[in-house]
Design a protein around this ligand. Structure first.
Ligand code: TXA
Ligand code: MG
Length: 350
C-alpha cells in the first residue's frame, strides 16, 4: 500500500492535509497522527471494518481494547452514564493526557472495545489531533502508532519506521510533549481506579477524590493471582530488541553497580548501553553507548525522552541496556511502570 506522508509545520497554513487525512478516516482508512502523549494510529471508532484495519496494521491481539478520541466533552451519545465526578475531572484535565473509562453504549462496536461493556475516551490537547477528529466527524479509535510490543513513537520518523506501507496516511506534527501514554482512570467503578499511570498523576487526581488509587497489579510482575484490569498492561511492552536491566535505589550505589556490571558485560564482548540522566553522565566511561534522558530534577523531560531513547539504543545495536531507576512518586510512577515493563521486571534494588 502507498502511504501518503504529510508533515505539518504550521497548522494554519497546512490545513489541507488535515482535511485529506480526515477524508481517509471517513472512508474507513487508517491514519497515524500526533498527540501530546505519543503518536496514535486512528480509524473511525464507530466503523468495525475500519477498526479491524488498526489491529492488522499493528499486529495487535484482538482481546486488547482501543480507546476513542473525541474533540469535545459531550459524551452522551457514546457512554451510558456519566458520574458527577466525571464532569469535574473532564473540566480540570481535558483536553489532556487522561483517558476515562465508562460503560459504553451499543453504538460502540465490539471490535473497538474488544467485547468489553466499557470504553476508554480521551480528548487530546494536540491541535492537529483535535482538528482531525473534528473534520472526521466521528470519534477516532487509536492505540499508540507502534508495531505491537515496540516502544510507542513520539515523533513522526518513528511512525514512518513502523507503519509506512501498512496504512493510507501518516500525518506528522511536532514531537509528543508528554512522551508516555495517557493516564487511564476507570470511572465505571467506585472508587475510581487508575489502570495505567501517565501524565496526569495519582497526586493530581487525588485532589478531586482522595479515594482514587492505582490498580495494585500494574506495578508488579504478572502472576496467576492478580491480573491488571487494563488488558494491554499484561503484555510485555515498550520493549526494544536489547535486554534491559534496571538498577534502582541509592545514587552512589546505583552508579557503582552499573560500572561493575558494565565491565562484566564488556569482558563478555557484549555491546552495552547506559540510560542515565544529565547529573550522572560524567560517571560513565565513553566505551559504552550513553544516553541521558535529561535532568533528574525534571521528570517531565525524562518521560518525554524515554521511548525515543529505547529506540535509539536499538539503532546503535546494543545487546543490553543498564537503566537507572527513578523514585515512584508523581510522574516517576509512570516512568518506572514503562521502564519495568520494557525490562520485563528485571530490576536490581541497591
Ligand atoms: O496516550 C494514549 O492513550 C495513546 C494516544 C494515541 O492517545 N493511546 C494509547 O492506546 O496508548 P493503547 O491502545 O496503546 O493503550 C490503551 C490501553 C491498553 O492497555 C488497553 O488495554 C487499555 O488502554 N484499555 C482500553 N480500553 C479499556 C477498557 N475499556 N477497560 C480497561 N482497559 C482498557
Ligand atoms: Mg500502546
Amino acid at each position: 500500500m502507498d502511504t501518503k506522508i504529510s508533515i505539518i509545520k504550521d497548522i494554519h497554513n497546512d490545513y489541507k492535509s488535515i482535511e485529506e487525512a480526515a477524508s481517509v478516516i471517513k472512508k474507513g482508512g487508517v491514519v497515524a497522527f500526533p498527540t501530546e502523549t505519543v503518536y496514535g494510529l486512528g480509524a473511525d471508532g464507530l466503523n468495525p471494518l475500519a477498526v479491524k484495519k488498526i489491529f492488522e496494521a499493528k499486529g495487535r491481539p484482538q482481546d486488547n481494547p482501543l480507546i476513542i478520541h473525541v474533540a469535545n466533552k459531550n459524551l452522551e451519545s457514546l457512554v451510558q452514564e456519566i458520574p458527577s465526578i466525571a464532569n469535574e475531572i473532564m473540566d480540570r484535565f481535558w483536553p489532556g493526557p487522561l483517558t476515562l473509562i465508562f460503560k459504553k453504549k451499543d453504538i460502540i462496536p465490539n471490535v473497538t472495545s474488544a467485547n468489553l461493556d466499557t470504553i476508554g475516551v480521551r480528548m487530546p490537547s494536540n491541535e492537529i489531533a483535535l482538528k482531525l477528529i473534528e473534520s472526521s466527524g466521528t470519534p477516532i479509535a487509536a492505540p499508540s502508532a507502534n508495531i505491537s510490543g515496540r516502544p510507542s513513537p513520539t515523533d513522526v520518523e518513528r511512525c514512518i519506521e513502523d507503519l509506512e506501507g501498512k496504512i493510507e496516511y501518516i500525518l506528522g506534527g511536532s514531537r509528543s510533549d508528554v512522551g508516555v501514554e495517557s493516564t487511564i482512570l476507570d470511572l465505571s467503578v467506585d472508587p475510581p481506579c487508575i489502570l495505567r499511570p501517565g501524565g496526569i498523576t495519582l497526586e493530581m487526581l487525588k485532589e478531586i477524590d482522595e479515594r482514587i488509587y492505582i490498580d495494585p497489579a500494574i506495578m508488579k510482575k504478572n502472576n496467576e493471582n492478580i491480573k491488571p484490569k487494563a488488558p494491554g498492561m499484561k503484555y510485555r511492552h515498550y520493549a526494544p530488541k536489547a535486554k534491559i536491566k534496571i538498577i534502582n535505589g541509592n545514587t552512589e550505589k546505583t552508579i557503582e553497580k552499573i560500572k561493575d556490571l558494565l565491565q562484566n558485560y564488556i569482558d563478555n564482548k557484549l555491546k552495552v548501553g547506559v540510560m542515565t540522566c544529565d547529573e550522572h553522565v560524567k560517571y560513565y566511561s565513553n566505551h559504552v553507548e550513553i544516553i541521558s534522558l535529561g535532568s533528574r530534577k525534571k521528570l517531565d523531560e525524562i518521560a518525554k525522552n524515554l521511548f525515543e531513547a529505547l529506540r535509539s539504543f536499538d539503532d546503535k545495536g546494543v545487546d543490553i541496556i543498564l537503566a537507572e531507576g527513578y523514585q515512584e512518586k508523581d510522574l516517576g510512577i509512570a516512568i518506572m511502570n514503562r521502564l519495568k515493563k520494557a525490562a520485563a521486571y528485571d530490576i536490581l534494588e541497591v
